[in-house]
Design a protein around this ligand. Structure first.
Ligand SMILES: Cc1cc2nc3c(=O)[nH]c(=O)nc-3n(C[C@H](O)[C@H](O)[C@H](O)COP(=O)(O)OP(=O)(O)OC[C@H]3O[C@@H](n4cnc5c(N)ncnc54)[C@H](O)[C@@H]3O)c2cc1C
Length: 378
């Protein structure tokens, strides 16, 4: 089988590795526009059970990546002068570049390397292949070639976010919510390597306009955000990686494959970063697609049908939760009117995935604290 993978992000790298491992006879080409050591953003966090999803079927990759992760249990909400802890969730984080390097090493272990600094301008330039995999992220060229057939919808959230790093180490995944004369801001921050943390700043569009962000250059923007979160940064600098304000794109496709072209990862759909699942979803897509190709030897259409049928129900559920979470963030300024514990329970329930019973099992200390305050009438 001849297969071309467009994009060497987590989805493309992991898919190519898995397919080559299972089918050493497959001819696989991976094309990536960036250089091997370039990436956007800083660290990514995996919530819930970290890399457990690959431990059983791929212990080598699990063992290769896990030692490089920062691991902790709790999430901290900082609002209205209180820091409230949601216990028991469990997080693991890693630098995005580190993750890509480790996945590139896994790829080398099966005798493959991506072709870096090669931009695919059109799928027509890829030549003959039995399968073309669009693992090329939010601006997928593979998807763009057949938008009508894929049934692509793209809508943009109204909040603005900017992805920074910092040298400050945080004990937990933390969310700080702050107000100033221009309006409301929140920051998602967590460590992902010794001496390095992700620091994502988010604000609503009205605040962004009032603050005059459109007229600020990179240094002015960073200085402004550092002032808003001076307490959290505690004297540490923000770090930019071509960081710029963006609106999160919600991407969905009615069909997951057209002819011999298939989408996975962010090219297929996005899941808002507030549920920390985009990378895991991308890697799970890769697992599902590789498994379907192995199960339906040489029948690409059958394999793509199996991939979509097996994977769609799980993805639909998670994307629904991600969209609920994104909607909560779109109105975070309104939620900030709540007192800290009501704010915290609204946050914990935001994705609609956790009933209070489940929350009590998952975060017993947090729920006990919340219920005690309710009983006390506070
Ligand atoms: C602010 C923010 C924070 C996030 N935080 C988290 C988090 O904490 N945890 C988490 O799990 N996820 C997080 N995500 C989501 C995560 O980054 C993505 O879901 C994940 O990277 C998707 O992987 P992918 O391989 O599908 O796409 P990508 O990682 O986007 O990789 C696509 C690759 O394709 C390449 N490419 C694109 N077009 C072409 C072309 N024409 N020719 C050649 N190459 C091309 C790109 O250069 C890129 O390397 C976050 C996202 C954002 C925006």
């Amino acid at each position: 089988m001849r297969c071309v993978v467009v994009g060497a992000g987590p989805a493309g790298l992991y898919f190519a590795y898995l397919l080559k491992r299972a089918r050493p006879d497959a001819e696989i080409r991976i094309v990536e526009q960036n250089s091997a050591d370039a990436t956007f953003g800083f660290g990514v966090v995996f919530s819930d059970r970290a890399l457990e999803f690959l431990r059983e079927d791929d212990p080598e990759t699990f063992d290769h990546i896990t030692p490089h992760m920062e691991i902790w249990d709790d999430l901290t909400l900082d609002h209205g002068g209180e820091r409230i802890s949601l216990d028991g969730i469990g997080f693991a984080a890693i630098g995005r570049l580190e993750l890509l390097k480790l996945l590139q090493e896994r790829l080398l272990s099966v005798g493959l390397a991506a072709e870096f600094e090669t931009v695919v301008a059109s799928v027509d330039d890829l030549g003959q292949a039995d399968l073309i995999v669009g693992a090329d992220g939010v601006n997928s060229i593979v998807r763009a070639g057949h938008e009508a057939e894929f049934g692509t919808t793209v809508s943009t959230l109204t909040n603005k976010f900017i992805w920074y790093g910092t040298t400050r180490r945080f004990d937990t995944l933390s969310h700080a919510f702050r107000r100033n004369d221009h309006g409301s801001f929140n920051a998602h921050h967590y460590r992902y390597a010794p001496g390095r943390s992700t620091f994502i700043v988010e604000t609503d569009n009205e605040t962004w306009q009032r603050a005059g962000m459109a007229g600020m250059n990179e240094a002015e923007t960073m200085a402004y955000c550092a002032r808003v979160f001076a307490h959290e940064l505690d004297g540490h600098p923000l770090i930019s990686n071509k960081s710029a304000w963006r609106n999160f794109p919600k991407i969905w496709n009615r069909r997951w494959w057209v002819g011999n072209q298939v989408l996975l990862g962010d090219a297929l759909r996005t899941a808002h970063f507030s549920i920390g699942s985009g990378t895991r979803l991308a890697m799970e897509d890769a697992i599902a697609l590789a498994a379907a190709l192995v199960d339906c030897t040489d029948d690409v259409s059958a394999a793509l049908e199996v991939y979509e049928a097996r994977r769609r129900p799980v993805v639909e559920k998670l994307v629904a939760a991600a969209n609920e979470s994104a909607s909560w963030y779109e109105r975070f300024a309104e939620h900030m009117a709540l007192e800290p514990w009501e704010f915290a329970i609204s946050y914990a329930r935001r994705s609609g995935r956790l009933s209070d019973d489940r929350l009590a099992r998952l975060a017993p200390k947090f729920m006990a604290g919340y219920q005690a305050r309710q009983v006390a009438g506070r």
